[in-house]
Design a protein around this ligand. Structure first.
Ligand SMILES: NC(=O)c1ccc[n+]([C@@H]2O[C@H](COP(=O)([O-])OP(=O)(O)OC[C@H]3O[C@@H](n4cnc5c(N)ncnc54)[C@H](O)[C@@H]3O)[C@@H](O)[C@H]2O)c1
Length: 238
């Protein structure tokens, strides 16, 4: 629980790795309460944010101009943070398998700059098992630190729908998970700083990963079903 208190007191910083539609609202919202480093490999994007231009239009230029987020593409700045949030893309390959290159790349970057006592929370949409089976071994190997002892892990899927100005980051219940009870508590409390709707504590990282996959699939099925009905009713001349 010390890490949460230290973040609140601004003795420790949060980093957001990947500043797209998901990362930029998170970084800006957290920065209203705590110290935040915003890291992205896209130098042009980072420079836009530094100049107060929101290329995602999720937070707007005005909020960006007033934010205290320290935008950077210098990965060594991540050494200053102890709570890392990874929000990089998860596209698919041409054979429809997940392309984990950005998640692996971001994990390697965090690992190179990881310090003892850190918590890393993944927000990228992934299949259940990715965080524990793919990311933890990379973090351990590159950082030389021991998982569970030197650093902890969490997963909290992002549920925003970019462009929706009514249901926003702060007004949608956030699912949170952690590798143990203490980490779950830290992750939950940190997100509670910004999420007005509150958080839902999932029983495990895999459950939180699965919840996001289920939500996305259900939305796709709904959209496909309505498209089918529209086509059927058009043919029936209704
Ligand atoms: N956009 C949505 O509707 C939405 C909603 C919920 C969840 N998600 C999930 O959130 C994740 C992020 O999505 P997004 O829409 O913000 O993507 P995005 O493409 O808008 O932004 C991702 C950012 O990550 C950066 N990046 C890529 N590799 C990096 C690395 N190795 N290190 C640091 N930065 C890196 C890119 O430069 C980019 O700025 C994805 O997994 C996505 O599925 C997206």
């Amino acid at each position: 629980m010390n890490l949460y208190n230290d973040i609140l007191k601004r003795d420790e910083k949060i980093s957001v790795v990947g500043l797209g539609y998901v990362g930029i609202p998170l970084a800006v919202e957290f920065a209203k309460h705590v110290n935040v480093i915003g890291f992205d490999i896209n130098e042009e994007k980072v420079n836009s944010y530094i100049n107060g231009v929101d290329v995602t239009k999720e937070v707007g230029d005005c909020e960006l101009k007033n934010t205290t987020v320290e935008f950077t593409n210098d990965e060594s700045k991540l050494k200053e943070a102890k709570f890392h949030i990874v929000a990089v893309p998860t596209p698919i390959n041409s054979d429809k398998t997940p392309d984990l290159k950005p998640v692996i790349g971001a994990t390697e970057t965090v690992a190179r700059n990881l310090t003892k006592g850190s918590v890393i929370v993944y927000e990228s949409t992934v299949y259940p098992g990715t965080t524990e089976d793919i990311c933890i071994p990379i973090l351990e190997k590159i950082s030389g630190l021991k998982y569970g002892q030197d650093f902890k892990i969490g997963y909290s899927p992002e549920r925003i729908n970019p462009g929706d100005k009514v249901n926003r980051l702060t007004t949608i219940v956030k699912i949170v998970s952690g590798c143990d009870d203490e980490t779950l508590d830290i992750v939950a409390k940190v997100y509670e700083i910004i999420i007005e709707a509150g958080v839902y504590r999932a029983e495990s990282i895999k459950v939180a990963e699965a919840a996001k996959v289920i939500e996305n699939s259900q939305r796709d099925i709904n959209i496909a079903f309505m498209n089918e009905l529209a086509m059927v009713f058009n043919k029936m001349d209704y």
